[in-house]
Write a protein that binds this ligand. Structure first.
Ligand code: NAD
Length: 365
């Protein structure tokens, strides 16, 4: 008997729960029509957990997150909790989850659906068919390195310090994820750093070269981060998997995001050691300005679930089906408000979910 896919759903706050309802419709469809089996639990996180448990991530929720194959996360935060102590704030729950699950690899695909090529800031021919994966190292580098801080100098000046630091094991484990991913895609990795001016960048390059020897079928290139930023807006389709550190990844993934248009379309994954932690979430936040109105775009959350199918559950066919269904719906000019254009059919969050399920059904029959 095949193993059930265990999943903890944490819808969170704002539009998180609204979008997650649409994921559950897809889960139900997959169970009924594709014989996939899920073992699903659900709990509060963020502001909702603060209201329910007095903290944004309860201990029992964290334990469950460690047990399951994958966590599906909505979004957290909102003005209701602005006055809450920092360590209990909604965002603290997400940070704790990432830290406790040791999620060191952040995956942000930049996938351009053809019907949305006009939403890109680049010319359609540059982004049509675009499919890049950015792997950002998430738990090391300059955001965490010591020493750090601001000191007063005796001459009256102030000095701000942050330290870019990477150790071999951090580079190796991120590189393994990148090469494994490339093996499931077009087989190319571009490793990005500033080896020309930073010792940590030189170490990064040398250590990635060592790991590359384990993957003879993957083509590895190296690129300086400033050049990569330029190439991303010049000829983005040259890339398959971009492997980079925390700081450069932060910036390059935001550049890549804008190649494909709206925040409501962007999924992400954060992975720990294989089989020991995976969290899938849309890039967007809880959007309190539109929460409760039924107008949020659920596609980023739905595509995050597709990533879970592909990268945690090894159900690539089901992931392909969801992505094809999203493309079909968009090709039929069906749009939520954030991606709407004159002459198209404006639908609600729930209607968008229904259209995607219908498209899956049609593609399968
Ligand atoms: P946001 O991503 O929530 O919203 C930015 C803008 O994009 C808003 O105008 C919103 O309406 C729109 N938008 C976002 N997602 C959309 C969707 N799916 N469909 C349609 N429109 C969408 O960012 P923000 O406004 O800076 O933050 C709001 C709250 O979310 C804050 O409390 C912030 O801390 C939190 N936040 C949480 C996460 C997370 O949970 N991972 C990430 C970012 C922000």
């Amino acid at each position: 008997m095949s193993k059930k896919h265990s999943m903890l759903i944490l819808p969170g706050d704002g539009i998180g729960p609204e979008a997650m309802v649409e994921v559950k419709k897809i889960v139900a469809w997959l169970e009924e029509h594709k014989s996939l089996e899920f073992d699903i639990s659900e709990d509060s996180v963020g502001g909702a957990a603060y209201d329910q448990y007095g903290t944004s991530l309860a201990d029992h929720t964290l334990e469950k997150a460690k047990e399951v194959d994958a966590v599906m996360f909505g979004a957290v935060g909102g003005p209701k909790w602005d006055g809450v102590d920092y360590d209990k704030r909604p965002e603290a729950g997400l940070l704790k989850l990432r830290k406790e699950l040791n999620l060191f690899a952040n995956l942000r695909p930049a996938l351009c659906f053809d019907p949305l090529v006009d939403a890109s800031s680049l010319k359609p021919e540059l982004v049509s068919g675009l499919d890049i994966m950015i792997l950002r190292e998430l738990t090391g580098g300059v955001y965490f390195g010591e020493p750090r801080g601001i000191t007063e100098l005796s001459n009256g000046q102030r000095r701000g310090v942050n330290t870019q630091v990477y150790e071999t094991y951090e580079i190796h484990r991120a590189a393994h994820v990148a090469f494994d991913l490339a093996g499931k895609r077009s087989g190319r990795v571009t490793s990005v750093e500033k080896a020309n001016v930073m010792e940590s960048g030189l170490l990064w390059r040398e250590e990635v070269n060592i790991i590359a020897k384990d993957y003879p079928n993957i083509k590895l290139d190296h690129m300086y981060a400033d050049n990569c930023a330029m190439q991303l807006v010049r000829t983005p389709k040259q890339f398959d998997v971009i492997l980079t550190d925390n700081l450069f990844g932060d910036m390059l993934s935001d550049i890549a995001a804008m190649l494909t248009g709206s925040l409501g379309m962007l999924p992400s994954a954060s992975l720990g050691e294989v089989g020991k932690g995976a969290l899938y979430e849309p890039v967007h936040g809880s959007a309190p300005d539109i929460a409760g109105q039924g107008i949020a775009n659920p596609i980023a959350t739905i595509l995050s679930f597709a990533m879970a199918l592909r990268y945690t559950y090894n159900e690539g066919d089901a992931a392909d089906l969801i992505e094809e269904a999203v493309n079909d719906v968009l090709a039929n000019d069906i749009r939520t408000a954030d991606i709407n254009q004159p002459g198209m059919t404006l639908v609600s969050t729930s209607e968008m979910g229904n259209h995607i399920v219908d498209a899956m059904q049609k593609l399968e029959s």
